[in-house]
Design a protein around this ligand. Structure first.
Ligand SMILES: *Cc1c(COP(=O)(O)O)cnc(C)c1O
Length: 317
């Protein structure tokens, strides 16, 4: 398959990407404009930042004449879900190595991946830790045949190349750009594409300060120098990765009622929560034009409800 084929097949559903301007008395009072870039709406299944992170990886897999991709993730992973859908769309087979030995037959993420044709294998946590070792990958090659490897979370040079395309020139009038951080691949791509008058705030979904070193290493490894300024915000993790608080859940409901925008509790909810809190604390000077990048992740809301019994606003796709 040719390079162009992927470009045509894994295509943005809507161009330009929808961008919502929010209206609220607090925004008027602080003299701040707030917009949300709806990456959750770029594609029905390959949603959010994963669309951009997968795009050039799949193109590379096809250019290298691979028939299949192999990747890793947790049982509710947005990356697994999106990879299953994207691989199917461009005609590649897919294997998903899932953390946790027994695959729950009620897990909506895994059931979707399976229905998209992804072959799933559950591995123990110990084995999962060794998943990037040559010995494990060789074992997978023997089992499934040759594959193009997409790392856990999907972050590599091709992913960052894709993430550079998230902000288009139409977003150049914003002064602040906010994005959630997992591995930091999306942050790195956006950091590479902002203008000198822009500030990028990465809201970490993980507990701790370790992400600072991770991001520094990633930017160095990818030779990314930003034209704008960057800031890491580490105090809104709500207990850690995939952890949540009642305050976060009520914020997600409040945000949906006020603005009609669904959020997920792992990434975008924490980012929007941080944004609103920073707004209250006058972090953004009057005249600021903030752009929140909604990175998607809404498929995970079904799994969240299944695990916790807590219903979240989720649009029917
Ligand atoms: C994967 C994901 C992220 C994290 O992206 P990184 O590039 O790993 O930092 C953020 N938001 C959502 C919704 C995601 O699914």
């Amino acid at each position: 398959m040719s390079r162009n084929f992927v470009k045509i097949v894994l295509m943005l559903l809507r161009q330009p990407i929808p961008c919502d301007l929010l209206s609220h008395p607090l925004l008027d009072q602080k003299q701040v404009a707030l917009q949300v870039l709806r990456l959750d709406q770029v594609h029905p299944e390959v949603s959010g930042n994963k669309f951009f992170k997968l795009r050039y990886n799949l193109q590379e897999a096809l250019d290298q004449n691979h028939q299949q991709v192999l990747t890793f993730g947790g049982a509710y992973s947005n990356h697994i879900y999106a990879t299953a859908a994207a691989a199917k769309e461009v005609g590649l087979a897919a294997v998903g190595i899932i953390r946790g030995e027994s695959l729950d037959s009620k897990n909506p993420t895994l059931n979707f991946a399976k229905s998209a044709g992804m072959r799933l294998i559950g591995v123990s946590r110990t084995q999962y830790r060794e998943k990037s070792q040559p010995a494990f990958l060789e074992l997978m090659r023997q089992k499934f045949g040759n594959f193009y490897l997409i790392p856990e979370g999907g972050t590599n040079t091709f992913a960052i190349q894709g993430a550079r395309e998230i902000l288009s020139s139409s977003q150049s009038d914003s002064s602040h750009v906010l994005v959630p951080i997992g591995t930091g691949g999306t942050f790195a791509g956006i950091a590479a594409s902002i203008f000198s008058h822009q500030k990028l705030l990465g809201i970490s979904a993980l507990k701790g300060e370790g992400i600072r070193d991770e991001i520094t290493k990633l930017l160095r490894a990818e030779s990314i120098q930003t034209n704008g300024s960057i800031e890491l915000v580490t105090q809104y993790h709500q207990g850690g990765y995939a952890k949540w608080t009642a305050e976060l859940i009520s914020f997600i409901h409040w945000f949906w009622e006020k603005f009609d925008i669904p959020l997920d509790p792992i990434y975008t909810g924490k980012m929007a929560f941080a944004c609103w809190d920073l707004l209250k604390k006058n972090h953004f000077p009057p005249g600021s034009r903030i752009l929140m990048v909604h990175t998607g992740g809404l498929q995970g809301n079904r799994g969240f409800t299944q695990r916790t019994g807590i219903v979240l606003p989720t649009p029917v796709l």
